[in-house]
Design a protein around this ligand. Structure first.
Ligand code: SFD
Ligand code: AMP
Length: 614
């Protein structure tokens, strides 16, 4: 069947619909089956669950593990850590909830065959740092995916979900989702009693450091395309902390992570002249950011801030001294495996640039910003917490349910709860799965109705880029520059440039101000208009077109939130040059937003930060 003649519409009804089969989605499938033995659980994934999501390549550590069976840490300790690292602003109920459940998730992974490294002396898991344990994780994702595949009633791979559907009789209840098969072009309409969105974070919203032959390389996966935010925002879900974008310090050019090097191998970073710089700026930082600079450990954003100050002072490159720590065979293996398990490109950079890590230090650099809810950052949906922990204004009936009824989230999707990483995301998927089953059983009297007219309009809209290309390509004889349409790649480049220059990307040393942000919003409005003029040559590019759309919605939320918060809360992630200080008196609050699909307008608000753990 040719792509353009494909008109097939496939309808799939279920009790629980899971969108995105990454870490959180797999957790949701596993736990939904446990509590909902007889329910129909459908998992929809744009790639293939076997190797999809941020963990596709593998990981070398599990970064969230309490070790409660060995009395290593308590959930309270973890809340204090996440709170400190996020400069005071986390949803403590959500963080605590992950902490008390995450260990059992890690034990399941081990039972399913994930090789976790043991410390021969203590008999416990070998620690990378206080919260992190080391794994041989090249096959982490296939191992986790197997459990999800066995749990779900049906798994649909290669379906790009483009829109959520709302209940015809209740606009604030989700009814399902729509999307298309990237393989055969069929249009899918999924109806469900409860929907869990676990569609990952967002890269390529900001211009990456990589150019030319390395173009497109990022630390977080390029296929994290902001669907979690794009889908939710357009459905009217309240969002939180979208201004809290993440900038990570990484090995230059290959984006290799630093955790194993700093924490397990105890490598030290210096400036070009071999000087330790991290605490060189404490006095200046204290004047701007207050007592947070005395926090232990030093918050991630402030570590970035010190490095950026050092670079601005002209003392780059910043080096990580791998050559001083690889003094045994075991350590050398750990260093190489760290990258070979998780970021192979960094080992390739070493080979390509004649760097032997045993002899030569490597350069470090701060990345472009990413939008995520699972690392040292907590952008995402505003969700209900668990009934036994959450204050009244953080609880509305079902754990991890967003402000849209029946719509749940987990992993990068859910905001306010940092440092989940892979294990915490899976654990949160389990929490969402359990709650979604309750919701589906409590509302067992019927699957919500979708509006057929809305579905038909969406079907037309979803395939429009194919038609645009087919008709309007005739206006040009060759090349990719058209007078009437843009390709998704061109749209992404335009978005990245805009966000970099107006919303604090690396090109502006992560700095912005009110005037820039307002102009950025104007330009984004023009890009949004042009989304109607995106063309796609084939189904693959059609997927890119909808990924671009989700990225643009994500970017709009980031711009609006950054504009609303009139302070610099996370220096090193971004700076409001017109409000350079951290202002706890006015801004010790969450910044939230809601897009109203009925009117097309946004409302910004603030919500209190409740301290639950002393
Ligand atoms: O150190 C649609 N992460 C690390 N976590 C750890 O625990 N240890 C580490 O060592 C980690 N490191 C690390 C990590 C990630 C990466 C890329 C590197 C290194 C190089 C972070 C974790 O991976 C991350 O926290 C979790 O994976 C987040 O889970 P989740 O489920 O929120 O996101 P996902 O796994 O990416 O899954 C999303 C899925 O959704 C699919 N999808 N499907 C249908 N329709 C759409 N529209 C969709 N949009 C997306 C995706 O395909 C995917 O399967 S370290 O550097 O930090
Ligand atoms: P990364 O490799 O940077 O993603 O970090 C992995 C884990 O180690 C995360 O939990 C980080 O917060 C933590 N981490 C990385 N570098 C440091 C450091 N220098 N000090 C404290 N924690 C760190």
């Amino acid at each position: 069947m040719s792509v353009r003649s494909s008109k097939a519409v496939r309808r799939v009804d279920s009790d629980i619909l899971i969108i995105g089969g990454g870490m959180a989605g797999c957790g949701a499938a596993y736990e939904s089956r446990y509590w909902g033995r007889k329910l129909k659980i459908v998992l929809v994934e744009k790639a293939n669950v076997e190797r999809s999501g941020a963990v596709a390549m593998g990981l070398s550590a599990i970064n969230c593990y309490m070790g409660m069976r060995w009395k290593e840490n308590t959930p309270d300790d973890f809340v204090r850590y996440a709170r400190t690292d996020l400069m005071g602003l986390v949803r403590e109920d959500l963080v605590f909830d992950i902490a008390r459940h995450v260990d059992s998730t890690v034990h399941l992974f081990e039972e399913w065959g994930l090789p976790i490294i043991y410390d021969k002396e203590t008999g416990r898991y070998k620690r990378e740092g206080r919260w992190q344990i080391l794994i041989h994780g090249e096959s982490y994702k296939p191992i986790v995916a197997e459990a999800a595949r066995k749990s779900a009633t049906e798994v649909y791979n290669r379906i790009m979900v483009t829109h959520l559907l709302r209940d015809k009789n209740d606009p604030n209840r989700v009814a399902g989702a729509a999307g298309f098969s990237v393989r055969d072009g069929a249009f899918y309409v999924f109806r469900a009693k409860a929907v869990i969105v676990s569609a990952g974070g967002a890269t390529h919203v900001y211009r990456p450091r990589s150019v030319g032959e390395g173009a497109g390389r990022t630390w977080y996966s390029p296929w994290s395309t902001g669907s979690a935010y794009g889908l939710l925002i357009q459905a009217g879900a309240e969002m939180t902390q979208m201004e809290n974008r993440l900038v990570v310090t990484r090995f230059k050019d290959g984006y290799g992570p630093v955790g194993a090097w700093f924490l397990a191998l105890k490598a030290v970073a210096t400036n070009a002249y071999g000087e330790d710089y991290e605490r060189r700026y404490t006095e200046e930082q204290r004047k701007l950011y207050g007592d947070y600079v005395d926090s232990k450990p030093f918050p991630t954003c402030l570590r970035n801030d010190s490095m950026l100050r050092e670079v601005r002072a002209g003392n780059s490159p910043i080096y990580i001294h791998t050559e001083k720590v690889l003094d045994t065979r075991e350590k050398e293996e750990l260093g190489w495996e760290d990258f070979l398990d998780m970021t192979m490109s960094q080992s390739i950079v070493w080979a390509a640039q004649n760097i032997d890590p045993k002899v030569t230090p490597s350069e470090l650099q701060t990345s472009e910003p990413y939008i995520m809810g699972s690392h040292a950052t907590c952008s995402g949906a505003w969700a209900s917490g668990p009934s036994d922990l959450s204050p009244k204004d953080y609880f509305w009936g079902y754990n991890r349910m967003t402000t849209v009824r029946g719509l749940f989230g987990a992993g990068d999707t859910i905001g306010g709860s940092a440092h989940k990483f892979s294990s915490g995301s899976f654990a949160e998927g389990r929490l969402a799965g359990k709650a979604a089953v309750s919701f589906a059983l409590d509302h067992g009297d019927g699957t919500p109705e979708v509006d057929d007219a809305e579905v038909e309009a969406l079907r037309k809209a979803v395939f429009t880029p194919l038609q645009t290309y087919e008709v309007e390509r005739n206006l040009i004889v060759r090349g990719t520059v058209s007078p009437t349409y843009i390709f998704p790649g061109q749209g992404v480049t335009r978005l990245e440039k805009l966000m970099d220059e107006y919303c604090g990307g690396w090109g502006q040393f992560y700095t912005t101000n009110e005037v820039l942000l307002k102009r950025g919003l104007e330009l984004l409005g023009m890009l949004k208009e042009d989304l109607a003029r995106v063309a796609a040559q084939d189904l693959h590019q059609l997927q890119r077109a909808w990924e671009l759309s989700h990225r643009v919605w994500t970017a709009e939320a980031v711009l609006r939130h950054t504009l609303h918060r009139r302070e610099t809360r996370w220096p090193g992630y971004y700076y409001r040059a017109d409000c350079p200080k951290l202002d706890d008196k006015e801004w010790h609050v969450f910044v939230n937003s809601r897009y109203d699909p009925a009117t097309g307008s946004w409302t910004m608000s603030t919500r209190p930060v409740h301290r639950l753990v002393p």
